[in-house]
Design a protein around this ligand. Sequence first.
Ligand SMILES: [Zn+2]
Length: 269
Amino acid sequence: MKVIISHDVDHIRPREHWFRDLFFSKLWYRETANLIKRRISILEWTFRCTSFLSKRLNNIPEVIDVDNCSGIPSTFFFGMNQGLNMSYKPQEAKAMIEYVKNHGFSVGVHGISYNDENGIKNERESFEKVTGFEANGIRMHYVRNDENTIPLLEKAGYQFDSSEFDKKKGYTIKNPYKVGEIWEFPVGIMDSYLDSNLETMKSQTLEYIDLANKEGIEYLTILFHDFYYSKAYENYMKWYEWLIAILQEDERYSFISFEDAIREMEKAK
Ligand SMILES: [Zn+2]
């Protein structure tokens, strides 16, 4: 089974949230509740609640280090519009997009518009304006989609989308498939839909990978938010390192990019 690793960049710097959204006030409320319920340590609570003072909220350089060392051709999806607490503007993402590109990784759009033709077109055009090249792929923020999303993305010129996800189950065991000219890569495993307890995260992950093997899945897409690769979210950070290690150790698995997976699937047809 080939594994595609991808990262959604929901946050870049603290200041993009100032006077634009309620991200930090919601975070303080949520994390204090987590502390009271003993779901997180005081140290984690402190790191999370003081993150508004940090220089950056993204952990892209750290994730790139891990992916680089492990030979993972991952893709980073960047927002070109604002909504649902993703509040940076395209220009504010430019430096990080260039950083990702210069390190040899792929970049796509983290979409906001999922059912509005013009909105989808505008986001793709903004990406081209900021980066100087066309986006091949997209994943919707909060994996939002409806029955029109894939045809609209195809019309906008995307080669692939990776927004299908079974929120009820918390995982999706399904091979990539083509709709017209566009490939859909369902998100197999997503960090934020796993339990927050590290041991449970690991057992859920093993269960889903096992299921994918049994179902004969050829390409399994995994989503890890770079935001979580930090001491403030220690379990997520440890989970990602563990995940990469178990996939690397097992010769049944290898890593591939969306683009190379498409090339292989087109060739096999
Ligand atoms: Zn997102």
